[in-house]
Write a protein that binds this ligand. Structure first.
Ligand SMILES: *[C@@H]1O[C@H](CO)[C@@H](O)[C@H](O)[C@H]1NC(C)=O
Ligand SMILES: *[C@@H]1O[C@H](CO)[C@@H](O)[C@H](O)[C@H]1NC(C)=O
Ligand SMILES: *[C@@H]1O[C@H](CO)[C@@H](O)[C@H](O)[C@H]1NC(C)=O
Ligand SMILES: *[C@@H]1O[C@H](CO)[C@@H](O)[C@H](O)[C@H]1NC(C)=O
Ligand SMILES: *[C@@H]1O[C@H](CO)[C@@H](O)[C@H](O)[C@H]1NC(C)=O
Ligand SMILES: *[C@@H]1O[C@H](CO)[C@@H](O)[C@H](O)[C@H]1NC(C)=O
Ligand SMILES: *[C@@H]1O[C@H](CO)[C@@H](O)[C@H](O)[C@H]1NC(C)=O
Ligand SMILES: *[C@@H]1O[C@H](CO)[C@@H](O)[C@H](O)[C@H]1NC(C)=O
Ligand SMILES: CC(=O)N[C@H]1CO[C@H](CO)[C@@H](O)[C@@H]1O
Length: 646
């Protein structure tokens, strides 16, 4: 914080300066704040699922969707000590979902440890305090004479073994696919993440053998200890904002580059060997290890509720004709039944029960497609009507969201819920803090499903990054988002949910900027916009208190909420301008003189980057509150003042 503390506190007392703004708070709540108001939009983009939230450490672990015999089929893999390796589909596969396997031939002259290595998702984090689960399937040819050990190891950049575990194997009794499973316990923490996972044989013992491998896996401990679960630090950063919801599985990544490549729910559940994976919309292969049930379990573990999308007949490469839509409507019904259906009435629900979750998950919101303003004609003609008609007949208790522009075109039946997206400049967000104040109150509700201040240059919003595009969120954008969010809070009688997008970014491999949370193989980087999301979300309150309105054309915005259950009042202030502003508050009720404030402020272009991750972090201070007090909002800031009522 660049604030001079004594000046700040004297301004607070408000004895000398006339305030720039006077805000009178009304003690009668106008509407409840929805529990879902602030949450996350998630899809696998920029390695946010695989290589991100999903804790699996091996890239290309099961050779899903790759072309056998090509070098790209070996992405992330390399030979150790002269082994010959290639991806093949000529041997009987481990499962029908995984036709490919890794063929490893040990040269007849081999000696020492010989085998294969995987370099992970741009590195592998080796921590002494962790126990890793390593597994794979392997198979020897009939007639194999092998009698020796198979060894799984974590190996450092200098070739040193950091962890290792072996299993005795006789080739002759392993000519069918056999599962190998060991725990790996490192003897020390690696100095960097340039480590590999290796599977090796003793060259002399295995000389001349050809061994096939499939479905490798390496897991560190996970968030809440879930098997096949989430990376602890990334999941914790998400959970720390006490998010209300999780929108998934897309985003464009729902849609597919072609119709057969769409996200198909039942390809993402059950044993990992039964998940074929798919080429995602963002150009890399999704393992679908982070599947429908894995999302739902994470949603439970992080205390959220789902806003789940169903595929609605549109892919990048084609749209289903009206006459052929029936099976896809049924697929959506099955997907919803997997989440909430009765196992005695639905095979999809029975599948959920067989996977250990007989009771339904919580589900209230289902989105029909994604960004269908890109495919308005067919959405208007039949896709919206056929999906929402059949799905609301099957699930009258659910709320269905449309994804076109609001009321443009006019869809039939009329949507009760819309998902609205906006990527724009910091000043757009400030200038549009009142956008929902103008919406008619007629029962229609809105989800601000994707928004972010991404550039100072309005010409650069969707094109090639040019002048003004942020690499990481900057304070000017985060303050603009905060101003916009005070408007979302004020209008939370009709805006029931809102999420920044995209949420996650592996800083080692990305094309889109900015993103809310960055990480590499080892560290998590929290952006200025992340702190704004967290400050708003954990202090979202239970009811909205009207107050003197901010100037809709100004840069200083505020909103006031109360939590009767905890006897707290939260006042949020966003200053998106270059001048500090003093705000005199007048409350109609008695509050404790002990107030606390959290203030996030920095220079206009200040950013948290992997090189300087803590450039701008919130500061917490106590202050003397009362029925009236003055708060000095620094330039480019977002603040939350917390008061205790009697
Ligand atoms: C306070 O807000 C309530 C509910 O919105 C409204 O009915 C009342 O008129 C407001 N009172 C004042 C003094 O503005
Ligand atoms: C094996 O891979 C080749 C090359 O991609 C492909 O043409 C063939 O259909 C595949 N065969 C099987 C059985 O999957
Ligand atoms: C370590 O890994 C990083 C990220 O993959 C890479 O850029 C770097 O070159 C590696 N360093 C060495 C010494 O291999
Ligand atoms: C690791 O393996 C143990 C059994 O040995 C299992 O209980 C645990 O869930 C596994 N962890 C993960 C992340 O898969
Ligand atoms: C998924 O369900 C469809 C029918 O809706 C079926 O054709 C397909 O084989 C199933 N996929 C898997 C992997 O079970
Ligand atoms: C259900 O979908 C079919 C197309 O598969 C459509 O003809 C029918 O009108 C839809 N039903 C409802 C109630 O919308
Ligand atoms: C709700 O209001 C919007 C304008 O804000 C209008 O376009 C829409 O038709 C209205 N919907 C209903 C159901 O009246
Ligand atoms: C607040 O008032 C001070 C002193 O009059 C002035 O310098 C400053 O620009 C004002 N800030 C805003 C945001 O209007
Ligand atoms: C690897 C990856 O997912 N890259 C994607 C990152 O996001 C941008 C846009 O959102 C895509 O264009 C990239 O393909």
């Amino acid at each position: 914080m660049r604030l001079q503390l004594p000046i700040f506190l004297s301004a607070l007392v408000g004895t000398t300066l006339a305030a720039n703004f006077t805000v009178v708070v009304n003690g009668t709540a106008s509407h409840p704040v929805p529990e879902t108001l602030f949450g996350y939009m998630f899809e696998d983009i920029n390695f946010s699922g695989d290589g991100g939230l999903y804790a699996e450490m091996l890239m290309n672990r099961a050779f899903q969707q790759v072309v056998p015999g090509t070098s790209s089929a070996l992405q992330a893999w390399s030979a150790v000590n002269g082994a010959e390796i290639s991806v093949v589909n000529s041997t009987s596969p481990v499962s029908s979902a995984l036709p490919n396997s890794l063929e490893v031939t040990i040269p007849s002259t081999a000696s020492g440890a010989v085998g294969v290595a995987n370099s992970g998702y741009f590195g592998i984090n080796v921590q002494e305090s962790w126990t890793y689960n390593a597994s794979f399937f392997f198979k020897f040819p009939s007639g194999s004479k092998f009698n020796g050990k198979v060894t799984a190891s974590l190996v450092g950049l200098d070739g040193s073994t950091l962890a290792s575990s072996s299993v005795d194997v006789r080739g002759a009794s392993s000519t069918k696919w056999t599962e190998f499973f060991v725990h790996l316990k490192p003897s020390k923490t690696a100095p960097n993440t340039n480590n590999t996972f290796t599977v090796t044989f003793d060259g002399k013992e295995a000389a001349g053998e050809t061994i096939h491998f499939a479905m490798f896996s390496l897991f560190p401990p996970t968030f809440k200890g879930r098997a096949n679960g989430m990376r602890m630090d990334v999941a914790q950063a998400l959970a720390d904002t006490k998010p209300g919801f999780w929108r998934f599985p897309g985003g464009n990544n729902l849609e597919g580059q072609t119709i057969p490549q769409r996200w198909i729910w039942n390809n993402t559940v059950g044993p990992l060997v039964d998940r074929p994976g798919r080429l995602g919309d963002w150009g890399y292969i999704n393992t679908d290890g982070l599947g429908l049930k894995d999302y739902l379990d994470f949603i439970v573990d992080a205390g959220m509720q789902p806003i789940m999308a169903v595929w609605a007949g549109y892919s990048f490469g084609g749209t289903v004709d009206a006459a052929d839509i029936g099976p896809y409507v049924q697929e959506a019904i099955d997907q919803i039944n997997f989440v909430i259906g009765d196992p005695s009435k639905s095979a999809a629900a029975a599948l959920r029960a067989s996977l250990g979750h007989p009771e339904p998950y919580e589900l209230h919101y289902v989105e029909i497609g994604n960004e269908d303003f890109f495919a308005t004609d067919t959405y208007l003609d039949y896709r919206w009507a056929d999906f929402v008609g059949n799905l609301s007949a099957a699930f009258p208790q659910l709320n269905f969201l449309a994804t076109t522009m609001t009321f443009d075109p006019v869809l039939t039946p009329g949507p009760k819920f819309y998902d609205v997206h906006v990527y724009n400049t910091p000043s757009w967000f400030v200038e549009n803090a009142f956008v929902y104040d103008g919406f008619e109150r007629n029962g229609t509700k809105y989800f601000e499903g994707e928004y972010a201040a991404i550039s100072t240059n309005a010409n650069d919003l969707f094109g090639t990054p040019a002048d003004g595009r942020f690499n990481f969120p900057e304070m000017q954008g985060s303050a603009g988002e905060a101003a916009f969010m005070t408007g979302l809070e004020r209008n939370s009688d009709i805006v029931f949910a809102a999420s920044y997008a995209p949420t996650l970014q592996n800083v080692a491999n990305f094309q889109w900027t900015p993103n809310l949370i960055g990480y590499d193989a080892e560290n998590v980087f929290l952006s200025t916009s992340y702190y704004v999301q967290k400050m708003f979300s954990i202090n979202k309150g239970e009811e909205y208190l009207p107050s003197t309105l901010p100037d809709a054309t100004g840069v200083v915005h505020w909103s006031v909420v109360r939590s009767p259950s905890t006897k707290q009042v939260f006042i949020k202030v966003a200053n998106a301008g270059a001048d500090a502003a003093s705000i005199a508050f007048a409350l109609p009720f008695v509050v404790s003189t002990e107030g606390s404030m959290e203030v996030l402020t920095g220079a206009m272009g200040a950013s948290n980057t992997p090189q300087a991750p803590n450039t701008v972090v919130p500061k917490t201070l106590n202050f003397k509150a009362g029925k009236s007090f003055t708060f000095d909002a620094p330039a480019f800031s977002a603040s939350v003042l917390t008061l205790k009522t009697e």
